[in-house]
Design a protein around this ligand. Structure first.
Ligand code: HEC
Length: 137
């Protein structure tokens, strides 16, 4: 096979003179870049993790109002979502409410275990309940 010198030249162009193989960020610059990336990621993560009562409101209306409209409890009146009932029944913390929504109790469905509501949304709806019970619904 004949080699065409023009084609060879085209295929193997010399690197442009502006190419600087050692044009890399210094260690100090690299540290700055890494910390900016880390801060950005952790900023996103914490805003995603923080329970959001506003988002919880939608979850509440689509999953809970059948039994808990207005913070009441049509099935077990002494187990409403009022501040007083939550205190009496020791369901007045985010952790206790999250546990209840995750695992259910009696006629209340286990929304978390059944995969109906995601873990972050359970936190959001718990935040919504605590906010509303504090405001007296
Ligand atoms: C089918 C009816 C029903 C639905 C739907 C329902 N619950 Fe309940 N819920 C109950 C019953 C019944 C209880 C009382 C359970 C017990 O302690 O025996 C209860 C109890 C609670 C309590 C504790 C109240 C207290 O004073 O002890 C909270 C908080 C709660 N539910 C939140 C929710 C949330 C949030 C949703 C939606 C994701 C929801 N529930 C959906 C029936 C329901």
């Amino acid at each position: 096979m004949m080699t065409n010198p023009v084609l060879v030249k085209k295929l193997f162009k010399p690197l442009p003179v502006t190419y600087k193989p050692h044009n890399q960020p210094t260690e100090k610059q690299m540290k700055t870049i890494i910390s900016v990336i880390a801060l950005t990621i952790s900023g996103f993560a914490s805003s995603a993790i923080a329970a959001n009562a506003e988002l919880g409101k939608d979850i509440f209306f689509s999953n809970c109002t059948a039994c808990h409209a207005g913070g009441k409890n049509i099935m077990a009146p002494g187990k409403s979502l009022s501040k007083e009932d939550l205190e009496t029944n020791k369901v007045n913390s985010a952790a206790a409410i999250i546990e209840l929504i995750t695992n259910g109790k009696g006629p209340m469905p286990a929304f978390g275990k059944l995969g109906v509501i995601s873990a972050p949304d359970i936190e959001n709806v718990a935040a919504y309940i605590l906010k509303k019970s504090g405001e007296g619904w």
